[in-house]
Design a protein around this ligand. Structure first.
Ligand code: PLP
Length: 492
């Protein structure tokens, strides 16, 4: 299996090469040459464990990894580091709405689903493709990727990891999780700016010729733990197959009938993995892309114009506060018939003018399968409160965006298909928001963890306990123009 760049100006590479590089040299993203078809019938698929399913899906893409290597990666990634033996339980909210709980990993957000596997994928990729270079993982985070990547990569030999996060754009719990990270190879840097500044800075460093030459001379190279890395996306495909298996097993769906997928979206990685699943044969009848007030995706889905020239809102679902959604590029690549020339032109326009418009045929392609919607802050709080009252289920604000947009979709489309909603974080990561939505009173963010647990009877995830007692180990804060300089100081 070969991987191509969406911008068409870098040579095709192996999976190991795509994973160890992260971003293609021409600034594009790596995509698989084809989508291998899932051959097993759905009854049989439903009987596989999460690990068995992951092994089979990984093997379809990682043709340059041995079966033992893949087994080893999967065994290390999906074991008792997850607090649920099922890894990703599917919980029914109603006959037509199911929550896929993706937050039972060590950092209590869905990023663990891929970032518990990526370090193992990366170490083996490096062994296959490198000549003893040290790998420097550069990561931009809107809050959850940072901690999940730090946990995955800490103390991994031959790898250093640097995380950039928006100083005032993450929740108190998210920040403390990152700042207390141990490990002899971890760096956490607060940036005066938002996620888009962090992501743009990282992409610029990746394509900085002078910097890359200096690194080469020092026998080092960059890679990425963001969902621009193929090694992040591939593990995310697994849980959509898994959720379909659960629906079949629970009798909620007949084998072969379609389900819908609702994903609270920021960088478009999670929903893209579901789309890739469909291309492999997974019966998905509809994709619903759910946004918060930063609804650049809702707008482009409806109009065909991607316009990032708009106000940036800081919301209570900070992991989705994103205006430049990287993986939309991979989706567009498929929608425009894999025309790399078009992708290059559109993303060139986005970089220079902040806006581009796709042709009608491209837009018509996605409008058959994809709808977009968004939820306001008030709606999010209402859904959290209502769901607690009616179902005694505690939603985090990101998942609440998904639930609200799902309700809207089902109302307007009159669709009876069972919808799987990606539940992307534990409510305890955003305890102050959830507590105030449920109880109608404010409380200090860290104190809220205990209060939320007392009120709901839900347990605080292990990774979030005792956060305030841990020493703060990282305290670097910079202006968003100093990212290159900061990286230089750390690695050279
Ligand atoms: C990262 C994240 C999202 C957005 O996922 P994308 O793959 O970037 O679209 C949604 N919710 C939570 C809690 C997240 O951490």
């Amino acid at each position: 299996m070969q991987f191509f760049s969406t911008r068409g100006e870098s040579p095709a590479v192996s999976a190991a090469e795509a994973i160890s590089r992260g971003l293609a040299p021409d600034g594009g993203l790596y995509v698989p040459e084809t989508f291998p078809l899932w051959q097993m019938d759905w009854q049989e698929t439903a009987c596989l464990s999460y690990g068995e399913l992951a092994e089979k899906i990984f093997a379809l893409y990682l043709s340059d990894y041995t079966a033992e290597e893949i087994k080893d990666i999967v065994t290390n990634a999906y074991g008792d580091n997850f607090s649920s033996a099922e890894i990703a339980p599917l919980v029914g909210l109603s006959d037509e709405q199911y929550l896929l709980e993706l937050w039972h990993g060590p950092t209590a957000a869905f990023k663990d689903m891929a970032l518990q596997a990526l370090p193992h994928l990366m170490q083996k990729a490096v062994a296959k493709t490198n000549h003893g270079e040290e790998v420097i993982i550069l990561t931009a985070t809107s809050g959850d990727t940072g901690k999940a990547a730090l946990e995955g990569f800490k103390n991994v030999d031959g790898i250093k990891i640097i995380v950039f996060y928006p100083q005032t754009g993450v929740s108190e719990v998210q920040k403390l999780q990152m700042l207390t990270t141990e490990g002899n190879n971890t760096y956490v840097v607060g940036v005066d700016g938002n996620f888009d500044h962090c992501q743009k800075g990282v992409k610029e460093i990746f394509s900085d010729g002078v910097m890359n030459d200096a690194l080469k001379n020092a026998n080092k190279k960059f890679s990425s733990a963001n969902s621009i890395n193929w090694g992040r996306l591939m593990p995310q495909i697994v849980y959509y197959f898994w959720s379909y298996g659960r629906l079949v097993k629970q009798g909620a769906i007949k084998a072969g009938e379609p389900m819908g997928v609702v994903v609270p979206t920021g960088n478009f990685g999670n929903i893209l993995a579901a789309y890739y699943g469909m291309r492999m044969g997974l019966p998905v009848g509809k994709f619903v892309c759910a946004s918060n007030e930063n609804k650049v995706l809702t707008d482009v889905i409806n109009t065909g114009t991607y316009d990032k020239r708009r106000e940036f809102y800081k919301t209570t679902s900070p992991s989705m506060d994103i205006l430049v959604s990287s993986n939309f590029e991979r989706f567009l690549f498929e929608m425009c018939g894999r025309d790399a020339g078009k992708i290059k032109a559109w993303f060139g326009q986005l970089a220079t003018d902040g806006v581009f418009t796709v042709d009608d045929a491209t837009k018509a392609n996605w409008q058959q399968i994809l709808v977009g919607g968004y939820a306001t802050q008030d709606e999010i709080n209402q859904v959290i409160a209502d769901t607690w009252k009616a179902e005694h289920y505690v939603l985090d604000p990101h998942t609440a965006v998904g639930v609200k947009v799902c309700q809207d979709y089902q109302k307007t489309a009159g669709d009876k298909m069972p919808m799987v909603i990606a539940s992307t974080a534990s409510p305890f990561k955003f305890a102050e928001v959830v507590y105030s939505a449920i109880c109608g009173e404010e409380a200090d963010s860290i104190a809220c963890l205990g209060k939320l647990s007392a009120v709901t009877g839900w347990e605080i995830p292990v990774g979030l306990r005792g956060l305030t007692e841990k020493p703060v180990r990282h305290n670097t804060n910079i202006d968003n123009t100093q990212m290159t300089e900061t990286v230089k100081n750390i690695v050279l």
